[in-house]
Design a protein. Structure first.
Length: 348
């Protein structure tokens, strides 16, 4: 089945909804036409001119990057500049640019789960609470035949956002009225109610908030290493697993490390939280001198894995996730990966 860029954008919204993004962030559509047909998509950490050139050469009409290309506002598009040249190439070759940034950091199976996977962390929990979403119970009264039709919509369209559907009453006669109940995430309620009315008409509904059913979204992860390690050994383990040329650290290495907190990209401001939640070692990126001093002073071993190395792990994970979903949905789609990207910082 042929698809458009909008189909992939909708898929990304299901996995990493824009509402999870930080207030200062700018994920989503960067450049392009959502109606653009897509048979090949390129997954990358950054949108670069090299990636656009590769997409054009290999026939990819969409690039999904982690970092937004248009992070800061543009007041003019000068085609002689780097950004202007990239935008020109995107438009010239009908390539759509889309980004999932801090929303992908927080999302399940996003950046931080990929980072925890790379380190084989077990018994995981969230680090930084980002959102609590109430879970709702919806009860509606309609004909059984319409209730069954609506159940099909819930299962196809709202996977992970609605469920626990059941009918109450004698359903032998499909024309009879009965009561259906299902759970729904509060963020999906408006759309679900529109679909409910389109199938069942104007029906009476009762909606309740489930006090014990809220879902929580976290940025960062906390988990156990495969086995306890001495501080230096744990640092070398991280360095090897992530392929980091030089791993900076601060703090006492004469400790046993069992629990590790991770937050890809830049997360030094959460060092005290990592310590409070029981981490022996905290891995993040973009660590500054005084931040490292403060972390070491509180008895935390802190490692600066760099922005690039703590986030590039999401590229193959996201690519494989899209491949599986495309196959499941019958999409005619080839997924390419930018596996040759290099850190902007060199090492001598």
């Amino acid at each position: 089945m042929n698809i458009k860029a909008q189909d992939l954008m909708n898929l990304m919204e299901e996995w990493a909804p824009a509402r999870l993004a930080e207030s200062w962030d700018h994920p989503g559509l960067q450049v392009g036409n959502p109606e653009q047909p897509v048979k090949k998509v390129l997954i990358s950490l950054d949108l670069t001119e090299a990636n656009v050139d590769r997409a054009a050469k290999e026939g990819a009409s969409m690039i999904i990057s982690h970092h937004p290309f248009l992070f800061k506002s543009l007041h003019r598009i000068d085609l002689s500049t780097y950004k202007g040249r990239v935008i020109e190439k995107l438009i010239k070759h009908d390539i759509l640019s889309f980004a999932a940034h801090t929303n992908l950091d927080t999302a399940k199976d996003g950046v931080n789960d990929a980072l925890a996977d790379a380190l084989d962390l077990t018994d995981r929990s969230g680090l930084v609470m980002e959102e609590t979403e109430p879970l709702l119970k919806v009860a509606a009264y309609t004909e059984f035949v319409k209730a069954r039709e609506f159940k099909g919509i819930l299962e196809r369209k709202y996977k992970g956002r609605a469920g626990h559907f059941y009918l109450l009453g004698d359903a032998d006669d499909s024309s009879r009225m009965g009561k259906m109940e299902f759970n729904a995430a509060s963020s999906a309620l408006k759309e679900i109610m529109e679909d409910l009315r389109s199938v069942c008409g104007s029906v009476h509904t009762d909606i309740y908030e489930l006090k014990n059913g809220a879902s929580h979204e976290y940025m960062g992860r906390l988990g156990k290493l495969p086995r306890p390690m001495e501080g230096k050994e744990a640092l070398l383990y991280i360095k090897e697993k992530l392929g980091i040329p030089d791993l900076r650290y601060a703090g006492n290495t004469d400790i046993t490390v069992c629990r590790v907190a991770v937050l890809g990209g830049a997360g030094s401001e959460f060092a005290s939280l990592a310590k409070a939640k029981g981490a022996d070692l905290y891995l993040t990126g973009d660590l500054k001198y005084h931040e490292a001093q403060d972390a070491a002073a509180m008895g935390l071993l802190i490692a600066d894995g760099g922005h690039f190395f703590t986030e590039r792990v999401v590229v193959p994970k996201l690519a494989e996730k899209i491949r599986r979903e495309a196959e499941k949905r019958g999409w005619d789609l080839e997924v390419l990966e930018d596996s040759g990207a290099e850190d902007i910082f060199g090492h001598v």
